[in-house]
Design a protein around this ligand. Structure first.
Ligand code: UGA
Length: 618
């Protein structure tokens, strides 16, 4: 249309929102006498319809009031009508409603397809307009109200509606084929897991002996229906080309007795879902693997530099561990992205001191290496579950951070702490773009200060590279002062790893696909505590612990400035509380574990670990 109009010196506009006041004003400025709508998708508002002096008129491809709504040309064929037409009517704000000015009838032949019918209707529409437009202009057109008792309405169609139900009579199957044959997406059925499109068939009589969908003859290719059968003239498999039925029979080795029908996937129902976890030895990776394996429905393929936290899982036949570095083992990763169903790239530096100490390494690993994995997922259409982070909200001032409405607030560039948040945010945005632009199936999740056994390690805490709770536990184990940065009044919502992993498990299960293209905060808004409170509760639990006597005396608290503790590039987050409405609503998830219980279990794990290390002389 645009080409035709441009060639004739006519301006073309394609507004996003035709009823917008800006467009109303522009259209009013043109002072139109009359307004026409031809297959226009949007409904026109009362204000817009009031602009043209002689009113607004729509040309609809059916004999109104029958077949109001979408795709009338296809629907009349699906329903085996013998006649349709084209109608010009006055527009109201309701679809295909309003007084009829005139119509032309169009006969539907037995051989008719949607394309040939479309052409006939277009020609009839041209004749109709040639007759009626002058009458509209000179005021002699006669308007007749639509007879509501005759009205019918049909909705839109999607390619999936082209699936053939072989249990229907042969004539109905034939009608569907001609209603959606080229250039529409086509009627189809499955032979195993191969889809076959049927471009032209004809209904033939056949005694009802075979199960519908059965191939009863291969030359000509004939398929049994609920009553009668269809003979196929032209068809195409989803990996092939438009071809004669004879060629298709040869290419697909079709034989009498084979049956077409619903898709049967190659994957047997017993096949477990394969999950690829990069960084499987990490805090989330190892807890999640345990949960997945316990369900019995998943196989885990994992890569990491080490497997020291995974010893309890290594013997499980559904757990496949490979030692390696994601920045080196690229082929392994690409191969496993192709092989697996779900991909979780969990490799990242996630301890704040490293954001300040090694910002480039954070960028290279957290952003660059993960981007590669994201691209593999996009290339192979694999479901990606990406660990975003609570840190993306930065210094957001909302009471509760909401995935869809909260602003992501970062400090200035010289505050290098934000390189982690910024890298993660950029990946969130890249993934979102791959999802909306190229159909990548994805879910982003944002852990909020998960704690529990195996969060970092006492060794990592020793070099400063750990999250706060592990660091505080190390202080107790070593008898060094617990250091409270900038007063210790900053708060976090500490979330037990069991709760977090349960939420993640539900995201992986993805019932009814409800997690697709979603972002989930995973945190416990009720467990909001300051660092001072954390230090206090840890002390209480430590003093009451049966192994207390094996550790040195308490060295107390020490207040330090952030700059002295982390260096100049640090900037803190004062509060960070998640809204978890989305996880509650879509996953039915609710955190269960109290802060005290969680702190106790984390402490217990590390104290046992420290005792074992002392015994082994580590
Ligand atoms: C963490 C990390 O960036 C990531 O692990 C993660 O993405 C995210 O938060 C999360 O788990 O939600 P943050 O909460 O600042 O960030 O990390 P911690 O190192 O656990 O520090 C918590 C608070 O304790 C900070 O305010 C820090 O200044 C303070 N702190 C830390 C102390 O007062 N003393 C210490 O010895 C260590």
């Amino acid at each position: 249309m645009a080409e035709l109009a441009a060639g004739n010196g006519l301006a073309v506009h394609a507004p996003e929102e035709i009823n917008h006041p800006l467009w109303l004003a522009r259209i009013a400025g043109l002072e139109p006498d009359i307004l026409f709508s031809f297959y226009y998708r949007s409904l026109l508002s009362e204000e817009l319809l009031a602009i043209p002096k002689l009113g607004g008129y729509n040309l609809h491809g059916s004999l109104l009031p029958k077949y109001r709504g979408r795709c009338p040309v296809n629907w009349v064929l699906v329903n085996g009508e013998k006649e349709t037409g084209v109608t010009l009517h006055r527009m109201t704000p309701r679809p295909d409603d309003g007084d009829i000015i005139g119509c032309r009838r169009v006969a539907i032949d037995a051989e008719e397809t949607a394309l040939s019918l479309h052409r006939k209707i277009a020609a009839a529409g041209k004749e109709l307009l040639a007759e009626l437009v002058p009458k509209l202009a000179d005021g002699t057109a006669v308007a007749t109200p639509q007879d509501e008792s005759e009205a019918s309405y049909y909705g839109g169609r999607t390619p999936a509606d082209g699936e053939i139900e072989w249990s229907r009579p042969a004539a109905e199957v034939g009608n569907l084929v001609r209603a959606v044959t080229r250039p529409w997406p086509g009627a189809f059925s499955w032979l195993g897991d191969r889809r076959i499109f049927f471009w032209r068939v004809k209904a033939v009589d056949l005694p009802a002996e075979d199960v519908p969908g059965t191939i009863v003859n291969t030359s000509p290719l004939t398929i049994a229906c609920g009553s009668g059968a269809v003979e196929v003239d032209f068809a195409e498999s989803d990996e092939g080309l438009y071809s004669s039925a004879a060629q298709l029979v040869t290419e697909l080795n079709m034989a009498v007795g084979m049956r077409l029908g619903a898709r049967s996937t190659r994957r047997s129902p017993a096949r477990k879902t394969q999950v690829l976890i990069l960084g499987v030895n990490g805090f989330i990776g190892n807890h999640l693997s345990e949960r997945l394996l316990a369900s019995g429905r998943y196989e885990v393929y994992g890569m990491d530099l080490r497997c020291n936290t995974l010893t309890r899982l290594l013997a499980n036949p559904d757990f496949h561990f490979t030692e390696g570095d994601i920045s080196i083992q690229r082929e392994w990763i690409e191969y496993h992205v192709r092989k697996c169903d779900i991909v979780l790239p969990l490799v990242a530096i996630a301890t704040p001191i490293e954001y300040v100490r090694n910002p480039l390494r954070v960028f290279e690993l957290d952003f660059e290496e993960n981007l590669r994995v994201v691209r593999y997922c996009a290339r192979y259409g694999k479901r990606l579950l990406f660990p975003s982070t609570s840190e993306v909200y930065g210094m957001c001032t909302d009471d509760e951070f909401d995935e869809r409405s909260s602003n992501l607030v970062l400090g200035p560039i010289h505050k290098q702490r934000w390189i982690y948040s910024c890298s993660k945010q950029m990946l969130d945005r890249v993934i979102w773009a791959y999802g909306s632009g190229e159909g990548l199936p994805f879910t982003l999740f944002r852990p909020f200060n998960w704690i529990g056994p195996r969060l970092d390690s006492l060794e990592s805490a020793r070099i400063g590279s750990s999250r706060v709770i592990t660091r505080f536990i190390l202080n107790l184990v070593e008898g060094t002062p617990t250091r409270l940065v900038d007063g210790g009044t900053q708060k976090r919502c500490f979330t037990d790893v069991k709760d977090g992993v349960e939420c993640l498990f539900r995201i992986i299960e993805n019932r009814d696909d409800r997690c697709n293209a979603q972002i989930f905060n995973i945190g416990n808004p009720d467990n909001e505590y300051s660092m001072i409170e954390l230090a206090r509760i840890l002390r209480e639990k430590f003093d009451a612990h049966p192994r207390r006597s094996e550790f040195p005396p308490d060295a107390g608290l020490q207040y330090v400035e952030a700059r002295a503790f982390y260096g100049r590039g640090y900037q803190d987050v004062q509060h960070r509380r998640p809204s978890i409405t989305r996880a509650r609503r879509l996953l039915g998830w609710e955190p269960q574990v109290s802060f005290e219980e969680s702190v106790e279990q984390t402490l217990d794990y590390f104290l046992e670990d420290a005792v074992t290390a002392m015994r082994e002389g580590r």
